[in-house]
Design a protein. Structure first.
Length: 224
């Protein structure tokens, strides 16, 4: 907490440093605060230093450094009528980032045989920490062809929208503009291979112009 005199002195020193780069003299501080002697300034300087608002630099005359300002303090009257400044932590508290975000859920996508492209039918909430920048959507998994990648039937996968992906990425691929599937992507010359993560399923190979990437896997939700 700062008294009004302490606060006034701190702001006066700060303003002078901002304007001239040099701290005011004790006489200038005394006159600015309308005190009768410099001993009062000494007491105020000591109090500000003890509270961590300023620092005196050694071996330099009139060398004061502002460490922090009372820009989050509000005056609170004491019993004697003197204003004491108490921190107002609510005044400039930065807004908290949301813990959850909503993204569209696009039905069930087969992790085995491709199915027709899905349309959005609702939004779901997911932890905000699961996604970064960009646009995202969710899909429910129908099938077991990606079980060896840890993606099980009934899981909800989080997909970041994109139209390109590196080899080895798990992607949502739209085949012939009609059928969507979740597979691992491998580019092989003029062709694209969509590889399952289950030995019971075969890799699907298509000419690259028949496959359009609609996103890549960035997260997964599972209910137990």
């Amino acid at each position: 907490m700062l008294t009004k005199k302490q606060r006034d002195l701190l702001l006066f020193i700060h303003e002078r440093l901002q304007n001239t780069g040099v701290a005011p003299s004790f006489d200038e501080m005394k006159d600015a605060l309308e005190l009768k002697s410099k001993s009062g300034i000494h007491r105020l300087i000591n109090a500000l230093e003890e509270r961590g608002f300023i620092r005196r630099l050694p071996h330099k005359a009139r060398a004061l450094e502002i460490l922090r300002l009372p820009d989050q303090e509000i005056p609170v009257p004491t019993a004697s009528g003197q204003n004491v400044f108490r921190p107002d932590f609510s005044a400039k508290t930065p807004p908290q980032a949301p813990s959850t975000v909503e993204i569209p859920l696009h039905g069930r996508i087969a992790a085995g045989t491709p199915i027709e492209a899905l349309e959005q039918y609702e939004n779901i909430e997911i932890p905000a920490s699961m996604i970064g920048g960009g646009s995202h959507y969710a899909l429910e998994i129908d099938g077991d062809s990606m079980v060896e990648a840890g993606i099980l039937d009934g899981d909800t996968v989080i997909i970041k929208r994109c139209d390109t992906a590196d080899n080895g990425a798990i992607v949502v691929a739209l085949v012939d503009e009609q059928e969507a599937t979740l597979k691992t992507l491998y580019k092989k010359g003029p062709d694209v291979a969509l590889e399952p993560a289950n030995r019971d399923y075969e890799t699907q190979v298509y000419p690259a112009n028949r496959v359009r990437i609609q996103g890549r896997l960035v997260g997964l939700l599972r209910k137990y």
